[in-house]
Design a protein around this ligand. Structure first.
Ligand code: NAD
Length: 261
C-alpha cells in the first residue's frame, strides 16, 4: 500500500503518538506536515529523519492548536505547500488531573480547546479540500477515556467523549464523498503525557516510579503492558488504506482490555 501523492497533517507530531503516526505515514510515501511544540533543533532533526526515510516531502508548521486562526493557517499553508490536504490526524492533546471542585478554569478551557475544538477547526477547513478531490481520511485520536471515565479527569474525559461525537457527525456529513472520518481509542501508551502522570503518582504516594507504573497499568488494563505508539500508527495507516474505505464514524480500540470490563 502506498500513500504517495497524498498529504497528511498530523497535529501534535513532535512527540509520542503523533510522531509515530507521522513516521508511519511518511514511510507509506505521504507528504507530511508536522506540528507541535518543542525545541527547534529537535524538530529540525525529526523533519530531516522523516524526509530521509520517505519518498514524500516534509514540512513543519508551529500552529498552537488552541488558536483557531493558527489552525486555519496550518491547513492553508499545507495546501499551498503540497497542493492538497488528504489526511488529517487530530492528535494534539494535553492532560491535567484534579478533582472537579479544584479543576482550574483555564485548564478546562485549554483541554477543551486543544483536545476537542482543534479537531473541529482542522476539519472545518480541510473537509472542503478533501471533498473537492473526492478522497480524504480524517482520523481523530480519542482514548479509552472516550468510552469510559476516570475520576479527576473531567476535562479530558469530556473532550475525548466529545471527539467521538464529532467523529460520528462528520462521518454522516462526509458519507459518499470519498472522505471517511474515524477515531482511534488507545489505552495507556508510554509517552511523555503518561510518564508525567506516573511520576506524579510516584511522588504523591511515596513509591518508586516502577511501582507507580505497575499500579497505573494494573488499575485499568487486564493486559499489563502499554500499547506502543507504533501500534497506534499502524492503525492510522490502516484507516488510510482501501481496506478501510467503508469504515465510517467508528473507532478502533487498542486498550489492553481496559474497556472490555
Ligand atoms: P505527548 O505529550 O507525547 O504529545 C503531545 C503532542 O501534542 C506534542 O507534540 C505536543 O507538542 C503537542 N501539543 C500540545 N499542546 C499543543 C498545542 N497547543 N498546539 C500544538 N501542539 C500541541 O502525548 P501523547 O501521549 O503522544 O498524546 C497524543 C494524543 O494521544 C493525545 O490526544 C492524547 O490524549 C492521546 N492519547 C494518549 C494516550 C496515552 O496513553 N499516551 C492514551 C489515549 C489517548
Amino acid at each position: 500500500m502506498s500513500l504517495s501523492g497524498k498529504t497528511a497533517i498530523i497535529t501534535g507530531s513532535t512527540s509520542g503518538i503523533g510522531l509515530a503516526i507521522a513516521r508511519a505515514l511518511g514511510n507509506e510515501g505521504a507528504n507530511v506536515m508536522l506540528n507541535g511544540f518543542g525545541d527547534p533543533a529537535a524538530i529540525a532533526r525529526v523533519k530531516a529523519e522523516i524526509a530521509a526515510a520517505n519518498a514524500g516531502r516534509v514540512d513543519y508548521h508551529g500552529a498552537d492548536m488552541s488558536k483557531p486562526a493558527e489552525i486555519a493557517d496550518l491547513v492553508a499553508k499545507t495546501n499551498a505547500t503540497f497542493g492538497s490536504v488528504d489526511i488529517v490526524v487530530n492528535n494534539a492533546g494535553i492532560q491535567f488531573v484534579a478533582p472537579v471542585e479544584k479543576f482550574p478554569t483555564e485548564k478546562w478551557d485549554a483541554i477543551i480547546a486543544i483536545n476537542l475544538s482543534s479537531a473541529f477547526h482542522t476539519i472545518h477547513h480541510a473537509l472542503p479540500l478533501m471533498k473537492a478531490r473526492k478522497w480524504g481520511r480524517i482520523i481523530n485520536i480519542s482514548s479509552a477515556h472516550g468510552l469510559v471515565a476516570s475520576a479527576e479527569k473531567t476535562a479530558y474525559v469530556a473532550a475525548k467523549h466529545g471527539i467521538l461525537g464529532l467523529t460520528k457527525s462528520v462521518a454522516l456529513e462526509a458519507s459518499n464523498t470519498g472522505v471517511t472520518c474515524n477515531a482511534i481509542c488507545p489505552g495507556w501508551v508510554l509517552t511523555p503525557l503518561v510518564q508525567q502522570q506516573i511520576d506524579a503518582r510516584a511522588k504523591a504516594q511515596g513509591v518508586t516510579v516502577k511501582q507507580a507504573n505497575d499500579a497505573l497499568l494494573g488499575e485499568k488494563q487486564p493486559q499489563l503492558q502499554f500499547t506502543t505508539p507504533e501500534q497506534i500508527a499502524a492503525l492510522a495507516v490502516f484507516l488510510c488504506s482501501d481496506a478501510a474505505s467503508n469504515m465510517q464514524g467508528t473507532q478502533l480500540v487498542s486498550d489492553g482490555g481496559w474497556t472490555a470490563q
